[in-house]
Structures are given as C-alpha cells and as structure tokens.
Design a protein around this ligand. Sequence first.
Ligand SMILES: Nc1nc2c(c(=O)[nH]1)N=C([C@H](O)[C@H](O)COP(=O)(O)OP(=O)(O)OP(=O)(O)O)CN2
Ligand code: ZN
Length: 134
Amino acid sequence: MFTITKEVYFCYGHRLMNHAGKCRHLHGHSVKASISIQQEQLNADGMVCDFADIRACVESYVDEYLDHNFLLHKNDPIIPMLTAQNERFMALDEHPTAEVLSKMLYHHIKQAGFNVAQVTLWETASAYASYRED
Ligand SMILES: Nc1nc2c(c(=O)[nH]1)N=C([C@H](O)[C@H](O)COP(=O)(O)OP(=O)(O)OP(=O)(O)O)CN2
Ligand SMILES: [Zn+2]
C-alpha cells in the first residue's frame, strides 16, 4: 500500500459556543490541513496521484467555504448581527472544531474520487485532530 500526503494552509475565525474556557470567545487560527491518499498500485506515472491534483481539490473547497471565513454553530447568537453587517460566515450543524472541519474536508475529498486515508487539521502548532474511516 502506498500513501502520499499533501499539506494545505488557510485561516478562519470561529468560536466554540459551549467551551468552558477561552475558546468560547471569537478568535482565529492559521491552520494546516494534511491530506493523505492511499493506493495499492501506482499509476502509469509512478504516482498514487499528483500532489497538484490533491491541492486543487482541497483548495477549491477551502477557498469557497473555509479560508478567511467565520465558522459558527448554526445556533450561535452572533449570526443575526453578522447578517445585518453583511459579513461573511458559515453556519454549521455541528460545533466548528478541528475534528468537525477535518471530517468535512475528508468527505469533500472522498466525494471528488480520491481514495482518502486520513485528513489531519493542525489548528495550532501543538493541537491537531484527524478523521479517517476504517
Ligand atoms: N478537541 C478539541 N479541543 C479544542 C478545540 C478543538 O477543535 N478540538 N479547539 C479549541 C480552540 O478552538 C483552539 O484550538 C485552542 O486550542 P488550544 O490547544 O487550547 O490552544 P492554545 O494555543 O491556547 O494552547 P497551548 O496549550 O497554549 O498551546 C480548544 N480545544
Ligand atoms: Zn479555536
């Protein structure tokens, strides 16, 4: 089994509504997503797939939904204020944690046809979450 990994960087603002500590306040992250693709066999070019194809797939999703966006739970009371100010945000059914965001990226990449093994989202230099389906 071969596995390749591509890293993509972007940033977002968010808050975790029910967090007991500082993360319930509005704040932002400059993050790294690490996307691993696996295949039993290499293609005719000797690759699992081209790193550039992974980047294009991930960046199209990131640019549309995540990068420089504000990620909020759908029940966050700040949403009406952002709407009134014509500010950009995305309301999620789940809390915008690193776990949830790595799962969202995983599903997009899988739906695009890649044999994705795992997505890891580094939210800070010391904290990351991974999603995979075994
Ligand atoms: N399981 C999770 N825990 C936390 C998440 C998360 O997504 N999943 N998110 C946050 C905050 O949004 C943010 O990521 C803060 O994380 P933390 O590691 O506490 O950040 P710090 O830089 O302050 O931590 P240091 O220990 O000072 O490096 C919180 N928890
Ligand atoms: Zn955070």
